[in-house]
Design a protein around this ligand. Structure first.
Ligand code: HSE
Length: 307
């Protein structure tokens, strides 16, 4: 195989209680990339459609993640990349993760899969380091493994792929403002109280247990963030109203998607997820802020080849 076209899913990181450790892949929104082998060593980005992003390899997350892979490979040639962006940069649904994971997943396929999925997570984290200053894995892991993932440890890297309850749907609304992950990390405190820690890890455990047992109420009860949301939500206009209206419309729970400004909620069943979308939209229509909305099943397979 000389060339491959791939679908790279959007992702929701943190999932309220799991800052930097929990994430999930979405089905309904994602980018496409074409990667082809070239005889010259290195990586060239020849085309980016849909977003204004750098073509220079070292300044592009896909380029940087790809270079990390090439460094560990004995392949003598290189790759050419075309990126077709549907996920907006700075939206909070894993735009940079989609590009970096798509690049390395495609390259691994073209090379005959010499690397494990965990290796690909490590290469993609270099893209995240470029985008946000921190090599977090909570977007790249679900994009590569599919479904829900838990980063149990960063050093050594240990990622656990978890089950996705069948009827679980995500609704994501993206108010059209850009919040850079690097900026929304700077506003966070570096210390937490023991009391907040106790509440937070109770919810992480609850969410994981809920995913394994398809206990939708337990998932909903666990979607609480005592540490990051109270600070970051100040950066998102209408956040509290969107959350209240989503929960009133039947959502299991609601929180900030990744570093925002997108807001996500989970629902049991598509019908409720659509009702939640309507309720979230109404808030932004009232405030007068443009938005995009996605209602999505959980993507359980991660990045995939498209024809
Ligand atoms: N865990 C990261 C953060 C995700 O919240 O900063 C960024 O999408």
């Amino acid at each position: 195989m000389e060339e491959i076209r791939v679908f790279c899913p959007a992702t929701i990181a943190n999932i309220s209680c799991g800052f930097d450790v929990l994430g999930v892949a979405l089905d309904a929104v994602g980018d496409e990339m074409v990667v082809r082998k070239i005889p010259e060593k290195g990586i060239i980005i020849t085309k980016i459609e849909g977003q204004e992003l750098p073509l220079v390899t070292e300044k592009n997350v896909a380029g940087v993640a790809g270079l990390a892979l090439l460094k560990q490979s004995n392949y003598e040639g290189g790759f050419e990349i075309e990126i077709y962006k549907k996920i907006k940069a700075g939206s909070g649904i894993g735009s940079s993760a989609a590009s970096s994971t798509g690049a390395v997943w495609a390259m691994n396929e073209l090379l005959g899969k010499p690397f494990t999925t965990l290796d690909l997570v490590k290469f993609s984290m270099e893209g995240e380091r470029l985008a946000s200053g921190v090599a977090h894995a909570d977007n790249v892991a679900p994009a590569l493994f599919g479904g829900f993932t838990l980063v149990r440890s960063y050093s050594p890297l240990d990622v656990i792929a978890m089950p996705s309850p069948q009827a679980l749907y995500a609704t994501v609304i993206h108010p059209q403002i850009e919040v850079k992950t690097a900026d929304s990390r700077k506003v966070l405190k570096t210390n937490i109280t023991l009391a907040d820690g106790i509440k937070q890890w109770g919810n992480v455990g609850g969410l994981v247990a809920g995913l394994y047992t398809s206990d939708y109420d337990l998932i909903g009860r666990s979607l609480i963030d005592h540490i990051v949301e109270p600070i970051r939500s100040i950066l998102i206009p209408g956040f509290n109203d969107v959350k209240k209206s989503a929960e009133k419309a039947g959502a299991l729970g609601c929180g900030i998607s990744g570093s925002g400004p997108s807001i996500f909620s989970f629902s049991k069943g598509e019908e409720t997820a659509q009702k939640v979308a309507l309720s979230m939209k109404k808030v932004y229509q009232t405030i007068g802020i443009e938005y995009d909305v996605h209602v999505s099943k959980i993507n359980t397979e991660g990045i995939k080849k498209v024809s």
